[in-house]
Design a protein around this ligand. Structure first.
Ligand code: ACO
Ligand code: LMR
Length: 312
């Protein structure tokens, strides 16, 4: 059985409840903004009456409203993309330090060159003549547990470790027992001697602006243990975003329930998806302008391991 299949099997059988970040909750939930007025009709009656329920935006009037605030007002008050994300994703008017952090995350993950999974796939698709949307989708579809999509699980497991009172050593041991790679740890090219500047930037911002960075502090102790085993087992950008978003959600005073609902809904990975879309679009347009031709993997890059063939 392949390593990842073993891991999944292990997770699903042994830890059904703990695996919230991976096996997204199937329970139906209708998270309501705090200011929602008490309802006069019961939820099942509403569900019978209406096809959809929405709690974030309304375009029925003269102009679109995000969480009840007209777009013109948001623009007039100089709200940026971080503020809009706060309204539409978190259903909160974020304090400035938090909306700036959200923008910093988007800027930090916007691109990481052409060689990473997302950009690579998008470039190959664009060079095969696919249109912008298809090429971007092809890049985005690589986002997952190993690339860019480890943020949810990193947030989930680091939070779980700290909240369960596990020491950093205990956390590493527990993950080993689960036969899991620690989500948010490890990088292909970055290591203790070649640190990821994005991680440093985000940590510095959080230390300066968040009320507390208790989850980050916990994870940095975990990183000390993992890097003592192998120098590339650093806190990576996914892990850093995951744990700092948990610290941020705590500091903007979401309840435990609200945080776990959002983690289960896959909210944390959304920050990478949104940010990296910027870079992927850039790569696709770049290839179109370069009029790049069809890409084919060179034979020399492939080891042909078929019956009757010698390994060179
Ligand atoms: N936790 C524990 N051990 C690890 C981890 C981890 N997260 N990552 C790698 N290792 C160990 C492996 O078990 C292996 O040990 P071994 O030599 O004793 O068998 C060794 O380190 C090398 O493992 P590889 O999978 O070959 O490492 P690689 O450098 O190719 O992998 C990767 C990098 C994919 C990021 C990996 O570290 C990983 O899967 N991390 C967890 C997922 C994750 O956080 N991904 C996001 C990366 S950042 C981004 O994509 C934007
Ligand atoms: C990224 O942001 O794409 C990465 O950290 C992955 C990589 O291998 O550089």
């Amino acid at each position: 059985m392949k390593k990842e299949n073993k891991i999944k099997k292990n997770l699903i059988i042994e830890n059904p409840k703990e695996n919230a970040g991976a096996a997204i909750s199937k329970s139906k939930s209708y998270a309501q903004p705090k200011h929602t007025p008490a309802k006069s009709i019961k939820e099942p009656e509403l569900e019978r009456k209406y096809q959809f329920i929405t709690t974030i935006s309304d375009d029925r009037g003269e102009e679109i409203k995000y969480l009840g605030i007209p777009l013109s007002k948001l623009i007039e008050d100089k709200n940026g993309i971080g503020d809009i994300i706060g309204l539409l994703w978190l259903k909160r008017k974020l304090p400035k330090y938090a909306s700036n952090f959200v923008e910093l995350v988007i800027e930090a993950v916007a691109d990481h060159g052409p060689c990473v999974s997302g950009a690579h796939n998008a470039i190959v698709a664009a060079r095969a003549g696919k249109d912008l949307v298809s090429s971007v989708a092809s890049g985005l579809l690589t986002i997952g547990p190993r690339f860019g999509g480890a943020i949810d699980e990193a947030g989930h497991y680091f939070k779980w470790g700290k909240d369960s009172g596990l020491s950093p050593e205990g956390f590493v041991n527990e993950m080993m027992k689960k036969r899991m790679l620690i989500p948010g740890i490890g990088h292909k090219v970055k290591n203790v001697n070649n640190p990821d500047k994005r991680v440093v930037l985000l940590i510095n911002y959080a230390r300066k602006n968040f009320q507390k960075t208790e989850y980050l502090d916990y994870v940095l102790k975990i990183e000390k243990i993992t890097t003592s085993k192998k120098e590339n087992l650093i806190l990576n950008i996914d892990g850093c975003i995951g744990v700092l978003l948990v610290d941020m959600l705590k500091s903007i005073e979401l309840t435990e329930e609200e945080i776990s609902e959002r983690l289960n809904a896959g909210l944390l990975n959304a920050f990478f998806v949104l940010g990296r879309t910027i870079g992927i679009i850039g790569h696709v347009i770049d290839q179109k302008l370069l009029k790049s031709n069809l890409y084919r993997v060179p034979y020399d890059d492939v080891l042909y391991r078929l019956p009757g063939q010698e390994i060179p």
